[in-house]
Design a protein around this ligand. Structure first.
Ligand code: FE2
Length: 131
């Protein structure tokens, strides 16, 4: 039987518009806040319409040597041009990029998972070293 993870897609973010790009320092100081930005379509724009959009991004942290993964945040994008006038006639669109302030006590890997409403789940990761 297939597992959920079998349906999570990966690719080079520079050539595939769905891949979430994690931007943060490669090395940070222990217990000091730093900014993590996660965005979709940095190189090739992803649509943001009522019919086709990014629904959410989730950010996780897997500490080196740890057994379990930790959820850092869940970011929902809930405005995609909907309105009583019809699809794409609304006044607001949530752009699919987020910034979070994060503190780490140990080195590990950040994982971003995103969902396109019609093209499924996509992931990316970035190593972060804690000095
Ligand atoms: Fe898509």
């Amino acid at each position: 039987m297939a597992k959920l993870g079998d349906h999570i897609q990966e690719a080079d973010w520079k050539t595939e518009k769905h891949v979430p790009l994690i931007e943060c320092p490669a090395s940070v100081k222990a217990a000091e806040p730093f900014e993590v930005r996660v965005g979709i379509g940095k190189e090739i724009a992803h649509p943001n319409t009522t019919e086709h959009h990014i629904r959410w991004i989730q950010l996780f942290f897997q500490p080196d040597g740890g057994k379990f993964i930790y959820q850092i945040g869940n970011f929902e994008f809930t405005a995609h041009g909907e309105s009583v006038e019809g699809a794409n006639q609304g006044p607001a669109y949530t752009h699919h990029e987020v910034a979070a302030s994060v503190k780490l006590n140990t080195s590990g890997t950040l994982y971003a998972l995103s969902l396109c409403n019609i093209h499924g789940l996509w992931q990316n990761e970035k190593r972060v070293k804690v000095a």
